[in-house]
Design a protein around this ligand. Structure first.
Ligand code: F6P
Length: 531
């Protein structure tokens, strides 16, 4: 049974409230001065990945209480429930099994009487065969030329994961291939992409779990029209369009042949879907073998998460620290700061991951929660951020816990660039923690500002898979402790429904009076402006 514990009813939560008073005045720099082993005691390695959480406003008692909270909220039971395929996404009556997509070690996983591992392997084989045909040049476009351009049309989880990974792993791009990602319903996104590609050498991947998403369907139809305008015939569509979806009928209705469809299943959440056939654009761009390495890396993180004791468990510690700052120190946002240009979409990916999963106000027993849930998650790569928003991180009135992420080795070891980059990473975490005194208050750095540091040996498909899965599991642990449903997203529905109503009012010329005066005013003003 999936646990359902109000975290505020636990003695550890109450103890943390009291403990928070005690720790208010604690300075991290004093903790480091007193304890030379703090780094060793407050860091965890997973293969070649280092997670250093020593620069946090925590002492041993804090960690003990947070770990007690983990136990009281029965997160261990929840972890087992997820991995075993229980229907833990209760509001949608679904299992949550993205971990199965990267499980190469189990033989069987029965869900609803079906062995889902067999289904997964079969789609993986289909993806592998497809990549082989594409990269060997046997799959040809309408003029007989092989495919060079991959255009993924999708949005949200059907876009952010593929784009994040494809960008992060750009050095692994198959020679001659180029990937594009079209998500926005603003035609500019598609139009500007079409300026950079040749229809005869382009494959459009229509990626949509539901195959009903307005933006994706509009872009898919326009892409199809564009292809026909470029000289392709109806019969050529099959060579230039494939689909990834759970909705076979929708794909068929669009006109994509069943053999050009890659399925996935309702137990894969949209924002956790890059590991499924939604990752087809990744595999087409960096090769199937590299895609598989990504899955292997994620599986290593899954095993670590499922088997390590909580005090040595990276996602558990990440989650508990996040709860400490959110619920006991009142922090409203968290920043993810990759010191790697290729990782520039990693913060945006986990913005969706966190905010769509844990931006919830109803508890698992249907009541409104009395405590804060998911924070705002944002970020940009270093060192650009340093010249933009780090001012607020150092001297602003809000404390923003930050994750710093960097590879020890660069894919582009030009001169001393990488040392310059990493010197900024290390110095920023030091400066945020130490601060600096000054007679002039404008120049004072209070310091005592928390950071986590992640060091990877190099950004590879394997290490990126591992890091990404660690962040996913952090979201899971927090959702369990906050006693919310992390795998639905009802909060996106109202806007979609109202947009449909508004669209109807925009399709005629009469004055609109059925909304509030602001919405009426905006629509009517637009009607005049467009003339
Ligand atoms: O609008 C939110 C959402 O449902 C996301 O959860 C999802 O990732 C995205 O839209 C795209 O949905 P689909 O893959 O069904 O097109």
């Amino acid at each position: 049974m999936f646990p359902q514990v109000d975290p505020t009813s636990t003695s550890s939560w109450q103890a943390l409230l009291l403990h928070h008073e005690k720790i208010q005045k604690v300075q991290m720099k004093d903790l480091f001065a007193k304890d030379p082993s703090r780094f060793n005691r407050y860091s965890i390695t997973l293969e070649a990945l280092l997670f250093d959480y020593s620069k946090n406003k925590v002492v041993d008692e804090t960690m003990t209480l947070l770990l007690q909270l983990f136990t009281s909220c029965k997160v261990d039971v929840a972890i087992k429930a997820m991995f075993s395929g229980e229907l833990i996404n209760k509001t949608e009556n679904r299992a949550v099994l993205h971990t199965a997509l990267r499980d190469f070690t189990s033989d069987k996983l029965i869900v609803d009487g079906m062995d889902i591992l067999a289904d997964i392997r079969s789609v993986q084989k289909q993806m592998k065969d497809f990549c082989f045909r594409l990269h060997s040049g046997t799959w040809k476009g309408f003029s007989g030329k092989p495919i060079r351009y991959i255009v993924n049309i999708g949005i949200g989880g059907s876009d952010l994961g593929p784009v994040m990974v494809t960008e992060a792993l750009k050095p692994y791009t198959i020679s001659g291939m180029k990937a594009f990602f079209v998500s926005n319903v603003d035609a500019t996104h598609l139009a500007e992409t079409c300026k950079q590609i040749n229809a005869e050498e382009t494959l459009f991947i229509i990626a949509s779990k539901t195959f009903t998403t307005q933006e994706t369907m509009a872009n898919a139809h326009s892409a199809r029209q564009w292809l026909l305008q470029q000289g392709a015939l109806e019969k050529d569509i099959a060579r230039h369009f494939v689909a990834v979806s759970t909705h076979e009928a929708g794909v068929k209705a669009f006109g994509i042949a069943p053999e050009n469809m890659f399925v996935f299943w309702d137990w894969v959440g949209g924002r956790y879907s890059l590991w499924s056939a939604i990752g087809l654009s990744i595999a087409c761009t960096i090769g199937y073998e590299n895609f598989e390495q990504l899955l292997h890396g994620a599986h290593t993180a899954d095993c670590h998460f499922a088997k390590s004791p909580p005090e040595k468990n990276i996602p558990v510690i990440m989650a508990l620290l996040g709860i400490w700052y959110r619920n006991f120190l009142g922090c409203t946002s968290e920043a993810i700061l990759p010191y790697d240009q290729y990782m520039h979409r990693f913060p945006a990916y986990f913005q969706q991951g966190n905010m769509e999963s844990n931006g919830k106000h109803a508890s698992r027993d249907g009541k409104l929660v009395s405590y804060a849930t998911g924070p705002v998650v944002w970020g940009e790569p270093g060192t650009n951020g340093q010249h933009a928003f780090y001012q607020l991180l150092h001297q602003g009135t809000d404390i923003v816990p930050c994750d710093f992420i960097a590879p020890a080795q660069s894919h582009n070891p030009w001169g001393n660039h990488h040392q310059l980059l990493l010197s900024n990473f290390f110095a920023q975490t030091e400066a945020l923690m130490l601060g600096s005194a000054h007679a002039d208050s404008n120049r004072v750095f209070e310091g005592n500002r928390p950071t986590n540091s992640f060091l990877l040996k190099k950004i590879t498909p394997y290490s990126l898979g591992m890091l990404t899965a660690l962040y996913e599991h952090k979201i899971f642990v927090q959702g369990v402790i906050w006693n919310i449903f992390s795998f639905d997203q009802f909060g996106v529905e109202l806007g979609k429904v109202l947009a449909k109503n508004v669209l109807k009012d925009m399709e005629h010329d009469e004055e609109v009076t059925t909304h509030d005066s602001s919405t009426n005013g905006l629509i009517n003003f637009w009607k005049k402006m467009r003339e």
